[in-house]
Design a protein around this ligand. Structure first.
Ligand SMILES: NC(=O)C1=CN([C@@H]2O[C@H](COP(=O)(O)OP(=O)(O)OC[C@H]3O[C@@H](n4cnc5c(N)ncnc54)[C@H](O)[C@@H]3O)[C@@H](O)[C@H]2O)C=CC1
Ligand SMILES: N[C@@H](CC=O)C(=O)O
Ligand code: NA
Length: 446
């Protein structure tokens, strides 16, 4: 019988909190202020036994917790707890502390997508070996319950696609660029001030954060190990005001999307899965098109359930703490009831396909000479790569100095493999009649 199982009913479960930043301070506050309700829901009190911080002596008088709980000795704190909450972030020392906590019999709740996406299988193996739980609902889309629905509620179905806006910072930035014409840098600063951005916002704007979340979603949805390195990633730093305007003209909006989908051949045999993150135009009428500010939304398609939509706050201290505490209650209930949550499920072991095999559509804008035969040359470049054109729009622009007429062509394709689409763009750029390919963006969701 473990030490925890041997405790008398009513004896508190000891909770250690690692990290007291944006998320950690909300967790500390909620754990303290909602102690009575949490006790009633778990069946045993939860006792906060310590809060590991990096620096001692900082004024934390705004938090309703006993100042003696703060410690810089996370290593010894994790050995004394029944439940460890890790909200430090990053790979080390978070990983070593989690492993140590498990070795000492603690269940772990983490919000750390970077770590889960890099080393999830190792953490699951340790949880299994130690007979403890590993929960991380806050790691993807903050407050939105999405991992447990995929991991548990949809465990009897077959998930076919997960399409999501899973990064609040980039959604905030793109939304501000769309609605107020605000500049990129200013919008990123605001997202940081509001507590949405990662400690280093490069993780947000370059798509690393969304790629980690995509890896976690794909692993759970397709019962396959997917790490951050398997995810094709493009961030939003290259998205220009002109791209946002071009999207508007198509009644679309630019969003950073995480796309996880199962690909089958015509006979229905699994070819593998595609996991990718990139900015793309989606119609404003699409359910993801109206996701504003730092909100997140995840659209799931399953064989029997059909289409499901999950929407809410994907970032910020309190929303993220809500997901953390939901997990704390779940693992605490397991302790009280002598149960254990699900472990890793990677039996399907599907190959992760190269981005070239993903089926998508392109919106291409190019400046060309305005003379007979140019459109035919452009159309030939598409045809030679097996790419079918859906629409072409042409606008004549006159050069102010020379008076020469140039044309701006906007081509939107039908669905084609990404490799064929990008080869078409290369071929267009090489045509002598094409001055410049001014923008290329994928179109999703229609
Ligand atoms: N802020 C948000 O909206 C969300 C954050 N997350 C995740 O939650 C985790 C925490 O994020 P934030 O609270 O935003 O970060 P933060 O940077 O505000 O807080 C992290 C805290 O950990 C402390 N820390 C660093 N090393 C430490 C150590 N060795 N021992 C003790 N404390 C240490 C830092 O001093 C800092 O106060 C990250 O994994 C993040 O990806 C997940 C969802 C949303
Ligand atoms: N930096 C992240 C926080 C949540 O995961 C975001 O902006 O979504
Ligand atoms: Na979540």
């Amino acid at each position: 019988m473990s030490e925890v199982e041997g405790k008398a009913a009513g004896e508190p479960l000891k909770v250690a909190l690692l990290g007291c930043g944006v998320v950690g301070s909300s967790v500390a506050r909620m754990l303290t202020q909602q102690a009575g309700d949490l006790t009633a829901r778990v069946g045993r009190p939860l006792e906060l036994i310590g809060i590991a911080v990096r620096r001692a002596g900082r004024d934390r008088s705004d938090l309703p917790v006993d100042p003696s709980l703060f410690t810089t000795d996370a290593d010894s704190l994790v050995t004394k707890a029944d439940i460890v909450i890790e909200v430090i972030g990053g790979i080390e020392p978070a990983r070593s502390l989690i492993l140590k906590a498990m070795e000492h019999g603690a269940s772990v709740v983490s919000a750390n997508k970077a770590l889960l996406a890099e080393d999830g299988p190792n953490l699951y193996a340790a949880a299994d070996r130690c007979g403890v739980d590993l929960y991380y609902e806050a790691a993807v889309a903050g407050a939105i319950p999405i991992l447990r629905p995929i991991r548990e509620s949809l465990a009897g179905d077959e998930v076919r696609k997960v399409l999501g806006i899973v990064n609040g910072t980039t959604n905030y930035v793109l939304d501000k660029m769309d609605t107020t014409g605000q500049g990129f840098a200013e919008a990123v600063e605001q997202a940081q001030a509001l507590g949405y951005a990662e400690a280093d916002p490069t993780a947000d704007v370059e798509g690393f954060d969304a790629a980690a979340k995509a890896a976690i979603l794909a692993s759970l949805a397709f019962h396959t190990r997917v790490s951050s390195d398997d995810v094709h990633r493009e961030g939003i730093t290259e998205v220009t005001a002109a791209d946002v305007q071009a999207a508007k003209e198509m009644d679309c909006v630019v969003k950073l999307l995480a796309i996880c989908e199962r690909t089958r051949d015509e006979q229905g045999h699994d070819l593998g899965i595609s996991v990718r993150v990139y900015p793309a135009m989606i119609p404003r009428s699409h359910p993801l098109g109206s996701v504003r500010d730092a909100y997140n939304a995840v659209f799931v398609e399953a064989a029997a359930a059909g289409e499901l939509m999950f929407y809410g706050k994907g970032a910020g201290g309190d929303p993220t703490a809500s997901a953390v505490l939901g997990d704390v209650v779940a693992v605490a209930r397991h302790r009280v009831g002598g149960a254990k949550g699900p472990g890793e499920s990677a039996y399907a072991d599907l190959p992760v396909l190269d981005i070239g095999r993903a089926l998508t559509r392109y919106h291409i804008s190019l400046d060309v000479a305005d003379r007979p035969g140019v459109l035919a040359q452009v159309a030939t470049a598409f045809a030679e790569h097996g790419v079918s054109i859906e629409t072409v729009r042409q606008q004549i622009v006159r050069d102010d100095e020379t008076g020469a007429a140039r044309a701006n062509l906007i081509v939107v394709t039908h669905m084609a493999p990404d490799s064929a689409l990008s080869a078409t763009v290369d071929a267009l750029a090489d045509l002598p009649t094409v001055d410049e390919v001014t923008s290329v963006m994928r179109v999703e969701g229609s």
